[in-house]
Design a protein. Structure first.
Length: 256
């Protein structure tokens, strides 16, 4: 992983990185078992290097205060999903204070691109996307027997505030699904999150909004998408709330 910042790592942080590497490398065989491909150990070793590079970034220095075992467990979890933390946003590592134990713990959070990857990787979904509706966009949602969703983005700057989010998916059999959430509904989910005041909710709000509505849509996808179900169980963003029902358009192909 390329390091985008050149600020030197403090000596104490360097020592902690060495100890983290020693712990994780001692568990490399266990990590390798998380993969189902032929080059298990190679992938696990690459995952370790990605983690060390990620932790070495000055912006992530707070993660070095986390309990080392929790860092290892977070890495093991991401190995299971074959998702990497980093600039692509597939996953995030977020430090949390465990008041009961009096320690900082590292918690893995799957990002919007990671959730899309899991859906597509399953083979059950032909196409999936989540979109932020910005202030000034034309946005129409119709329910009933012939549900319809229309989004015409305004030709203005993209620094406008998101007012809603929607997710769409086309299944392998041609069925279509969509779900819509208002900003208020997304904020209600955020309020119940352990990471509401830090991590991607602060740095990447729209991406988390897209992930939130996509996460709710995935609850209607085929139950055979095992990794998506596991990701939903892992998530710390809170349970879904009552809201707009999911529309299912039976037997229609894209473009109709």
């Amino acid at each position: 992983m390329a390091q985008t910042e050149t600020s030197p790592v403090e000596p104490g942080a360097k020592m902690e990185l060495v100890k983290i590497r020693q712990l994780v490398e001692s568990k490399i065989e266990t990590l390798a078992k998380s993969f189902d491909t032929l080059k298990n150990k190679d992938q696990a070793e690459r995952h370790v290097e990605n983690l060390i590079g990620y932790l070495s970034l000055p912006a992530n220095v707070k993660l070095l205060t986390c309990d080392r075992v929790s860092l290892y467990q977070a890495l093991k979890t991401l190995c299971t999903f074959r998702l990497w933390p980093g600039i692509l946003g597939h996953a995030h590592l977020v430090p949390f204070k465990n008041n009961k134990l009096g320690i900082m713990e590292c918690v893995p959070i799957i990002g919007y691109p990671g959730l899309v990857e899991l859906c597509v990787r399953s083979g059950q979904v032909r196409y999936v996307e989540a979109v932020a509706v910005l202030d000034g966009d034309e946005f129409i949602v119709e329910r009933g027997l012939t549900p319809r969703l229309v989004h015409r983005p305004a030709l203005e700057s993209d620094d406008r505030k998101a007012v809603a989010f929607y997710a769409i998916a086309t299944l392998r059999d041609g069925d279509k699904l969509f779900d819509v959430m208002s900003r208020a509904q997304v904020d209600a989910i955020r309020a119940r999150s352990r990471a509401s005041d830090g991590g991607p909710w602060v740095t990447d709000y729209n991406e988390m909004g897209k992930k939130t509505v996509l996460r709710r849509l995935t609850k209607t996808l085929p139950k055979s998408i095992e990794d998506v179900a596991k990701a939903d169980a892992l998530d710390f963003e809170g349970e879904t709330i009552d809201g707009t029902a999911v529309a299912r358009v039976m037997g229609k192909e894209e473009g109709e």
